[in-house]
Design a protein around this ligand. Structure first.
Ligand code: 3PG
Length: 210
């Protein structure tokens, strides 16, 4: 599963972090992101319609790899897998969640914000983690400091990442991709501005991961 996760993360410099209130706009947003060049999508389990939205994308949008985000508890793991998620991402790494996430049939990427949390995952054999909330937790400078002591842990910084600061993260040796909601802002989704979302995706897709 680690190789599968590595392959998914290698597909893209930016993973859109998406929050949907209905399946229809989820499908349209995902098509716009794909057309702009972003093909790995994280649908957060933050709304009552999230699983329905995830399933609709899986069924109706070709050419994207869609996972579930904001996975907080074992029940989320089960439901997301049943809805067709290809991967699972959590903002944190509680022991209960790690246990159920590592047994899931799809790759699970936990979240960390400190050195000790990253070490705990590394002890369990994890080599990829979400770094969250990236900006408040220390930004690119913090992550850069982890390269020497933890050269084998790779991060997906998310939280406060933008088109402007993404390059500072993406140039780091231990960053494989960044995540962010900036490519699909709620206002554009509400307005149905799919061309606007596609344009944001295009700019993000042109960023280079190392
Ligand atoms: C997440 O769950 O990853 C964050 O809410 C995304 O953070 P952002 O909105 O600052 O991009």
């Amino acid at each position: 599963k680690t190789e599968r996760l590595a392959a998914i993360l290698a597909q893209t410099p930016v993973i859109p972090v998406l929050t949907f209130d209905d399946a229809k706009s989820a499908v349209a947003t995902s098509k716009a992101l794909r057309d702009g060049g972003l093909t790995v999508l994280e649908v957060t389990l933050r709304t009552p319609q999230a699983l329905e939205a995830l399933q609709a994308i899986v069924n109706e949008v070709e050419g994207v790899t869609v996972g579930a985000g904001t996975v907080l508890e074992p029940e989320h793991v089960e439901k997301a897998v049943r809805s067709g998620a290809s991967f699972l991402i959590s903002p944190g790494s509680s022991p209960r969640l790690i246990a159920s996430g590592s047994e899931a049939p799809v790759p699970f990427m936990p979240g960390v914000a400190t050195v000790t949390e990253a070490m705990k995952l590394w002890e369990k054999g994890a080599t990829f983690a979400k770094f969250f909330p990236a900006g408040p937790a220390g930004g690119p400078e913090y992550l850069k400091s982890l390269v020497a002591p933890l050269p084998n842990v790779h991060f997906v910084p998310t939280g406060g990442v933008s088109l402007a600061n993404a390059p500072a993260y993406l140039k780091l040796k231990n960053v494989v991709a960044v995540g962010g909601s900036w490519v699909a802002p709620a206002e554009l989704i509400e307005r149905g501005d799919w061309a606007g979302i596609e344009a944001l995706a295009r700019e993000a897709a042109a960023l280079k991961a190392r």
